[in-house]
Design a protein around this ligand. Structure first.
Ligand code: NAG
Ligand code: NAG
Length: 177
C-alpha cells in the first residue's frame, strides 16, 4: 500500500523530468535510446580504419578470415560528416572472425567528446555479421554517466562504401546506466 502511494506520488515528477529532457530521458524500463552514425573510412588519404594484422591466408580467404583492423572512426549525429556533427569516436578493433561469411568480432569504445554524452564512454562487444540488415551487439560497460552501463546497440548499414571507401552505419544505442 505504501509502495503504491509512493509510486503515484513520484509519477508526475518522472513525467516532468521526461518532458524537460526528451533527448536523453530514460523510458519506464530505465533505457535511454539514441542514434549515432559510424563512419568507417578505409579509402582516401586519411583512413580511420587500418589493417594491423592478418594471417598469410587472410587475403585468399573469401571472408578475410584472420585480418584485424584498428579503428578511430568518427561518430556523428546524422548520416553525413557535416561540420559540427561529430559527437565522438568509435575506437578499438574489428576482427574477421568467421570463415563462411563476413562475421566481425567488434571490440570498441564509443568515446563521446561533444553533445549530451560528452566526457562519457560506452564499451561495446559483439558479433557484427555485416551483410545482415540489423546486427545486435552488447554494451558491456561504460564510464562517466555510463558507469556500470548495460544494454545493446543495433547496427544498420546506410552506405556500404563500395564506391566511396567510407562505410556509414547507423547505431541505435539502448543503454541503462
Ligand atoms: C593483403 O591485402 C591487403 C590489402 O590489399 C594488403 O595491404 C596486404 O599487404 C596483403 N597481405 C598479404 C599478406 O598479401
Ligand atoms: C566536452 O567536454 C570537455 C570537458 O569537460 C570540454 O572541455 C569541451 O568543451 C566539451 N566539448 C563540447 C563540444 O561540448
Amino acid at each position: 500500500m505504501a509502495t503504491t502511494t509512493t509510486k503515484l506520488f513520484l509519477l508526475p515528477l518522472l513525467l516532468c523530468a521526461a518532458a524537460l529532457s526528451p533527448a536523453t530521458a530514460a523510458d519506464a524500463d530505465g533505457f535511454t535510446t539514441f542514434k549515432v552514425y559510424f563512419h568507417d573510412i578505409v579509402g582516401g588519404t586519411s583512413p580511420t580504419a587500418i589493417r594491423i594484422a592478418q594471417a598469410p591466408s587472410s587475403n585468399s580467404s573469401s571472408t578475410f578470415f584472420g585480418a584485424v583492423v584498428a579503428i578511430d572512426d568518427p561518430l556523428t549525429t546524422g548520416p553525413t560528416r557535416a561540420a559540427g556533427t561529430e559527437v565522438g569516436r568509435a575506437q578499438g578493433t574489428y576482427t574477421f572472425a568467421d570463415q563462411k561469411t563476413f562475421g566481425l568480432l567488434m571490440v570498441m569504445n564509443f568515446v563521446f567528446t561533444a553533445g549530451d554524452h560528452n566526457g562519457s564512454s560506452l564499451s561495446i562487444l559483439g558479433r557484427n555479421e555485416v551483410l545482415d540488415d540489423i546486427r545486435e551487439m552488447s554494451i558491456v560497460g561504460g564510464s562517466g554517466k555510463f558507469r556500470m552501463a548495460r544494454g545493446y546497440v543495433q547496427a544498420h548499414t546506410i552506405d556500404s562504401g563500395a564506391t566511396s571507401g567510407e562505410t556509414v552505419v547507423q547505431y541505435t544505442v539502448n543503454v541503462k546506466a
